[in-house]
Write a protein that binds this ligand. Structure first.
Ligand code: ATP
Length: 369
């Protein structure tokens, strides 16, 4: 892994977030610092406060400066946020995750669930699938209307929510899924609830079926979301790429990641046509915040996904090499109980786990021709 450095540094915006966010972003930056030395890639970081830190400093959890500058970066690393605990939007409580997805049109949330050698899944013999989750519409109150919230209360005893499903949103997420399946085991499963939500999920399925006709070499099947949850627990091995709407994808991906080992390993990338945001699948885990207990594997793995995405865009193979090295090191470290974090039954702290990943990267790089 020697030779000239890649030409221009990748500019990365780091948003630490709430709860365990600061700890796992620090661990992720540590790993990025090490991988850039080994692979001779280059990263420069800027930091902006979000969440409770930004509320205290600027009166909003998602400051305007981020909106003004976010497109100047090659990629963004977003720590988890406790947006459920923020004050209302009228008092500055904006969900940074939703704001980034909407404003950058990050319509595809790519969520892999992968079992690793030596770390058997919680059910079945192996899991290696990717959930491709629509990210900009569905049952998300902050995404369904042009103006106002998709949730409202006509009377104190009646609450209602809109669910938005569009032809554009459904078609483009289906294309993302089929393109991904071409690079994997050539199978797509569309997950829906069209037996009840005949109109909304009917439109979603119509769009996915139409996209499927353009990919005759990809096996295509459909599953109802409740049955899908049971099938994943029964045996996740047959599934390759799962495409689904926003909230079903959010729920099923937590299930799939926990089956793979732990939510603490659940990586994800939010992608649009020209921007990507690395973000762990889980929330801010306030129950373990500030204790050096969180597994940073989720965000480290998300950063590796960002590097591979940047590699494709920049045509710079070193970035993919860097992403692959992080993943190989993660599998290496997770293979034995002694180097696991507490969520996986181990004793390692957040910082110590990141240090082990760095050590494994050096070892692997020195033995790779
Ligand atoms: P939020 O309110 O931000 O959604 P939450 O605790 O309700 O937080 P998650 O953060 O997704 O939801 O956490 C669910 C469970 O998984 C918690 O018990 C948490 O401690 C655990 N967990 C989440 N992320 C990690 C991690 N990186 N390492 C270890 N455990 C984690």
């Amino acid at each position: 892994m020697e030779g000239a450095q890649s030409q221009s540094p990748m500019k990365i915006l780091i948003l630490k977030g709430d709860g365990i966010g600061p700890e796992i972003t620090e661990a992720t930056v540590h790993v990025l610092d090490q991988v850039q030395e080994i692979t001779r890639t280059r990263f420069v970081y800027d930091y902006q406060p979000i969440g409770f830190e930004a509320l205290a400093l600027h009166g909003t959890s998602f400051p305007q400066v981020i909106i003004d500058t976010m497109r100047d970066y090659d990629g963004i690393i977003l720590g988890p946020v406790s947006h459920f605990d923020y004050p209302p939007a009228s008092e500055g409580g904006l969900n940074p995750s939703g704001e980034l997805r909407k404003r950058l049109d990050l319509y595809a949330n790519i969520r892999p669930a992968l079992s690793r050698p030596g770390l058997p899944p919680r059910c079945g013999e192996s899991i290696d699938l990717v959930i491709v989750r629509e990210n900009t519409e569905g049952f998300y109150a902050d995404r369904s209307l042009f103006q106002g919230s998709g949730e409202f209360m006509p009377t104190p005893d009646l609450a209602m929510s809109f669910r938005k499903i569009s032809r554009l949103g459904s078609t483009r997420i289906a294309v993302s899924a089929f393109e991904l399946a071409k690079l994997r085991r050539s199978k797509v499963t569309a997950v829906h609830k069209a037996n009840v939500l005949r109109v909304c999920d009917g439109l979603f399925l119509e769009c996915v079926r139409e996209v499927a006709t353009a990919y005759p070499d990809i096996e295509y099947e459909e599953r109802i979301v409740d049955a899908m949850a049971a099938l994943l627990v029964r045996d996740p091995a047959p599934f390759d790429v799962i495409v689904t709407t926003n909230m079903f994808g959010d729920i099923l991906s937590d299930l799939a990641s926990e089956i793979a080992g732990s939510l603490g390993l659940a990586a994800s990338l939010n992608t649009g046509t020209d921007m990507a945001v690395a973000q762990a699948q889980h929330g801010s885990a306030p129950d373990i915040a500030g204790q050096n207990k969180a597994n940073p594997g989720s965000l480290i793995g998300s950063a590796a996904m960002l590097l591979r995405w940047l590699s494709d865009r920049r045509g710079d193979a070193r970035l993919a090499q860097a992403g692959d090295l992080i993943d190989r090191a993660m599998s290496h470290v997770l293979a034995v109980p002694e180097t696991r974090t507490f969520d996986l039954g181990g004793d390692l702290g957040t910082r110590e786990f990141a240090a082990c990943i760095s050590g494994a990267m050096r070892e692997l790089a020195s033995t790779t021709p």
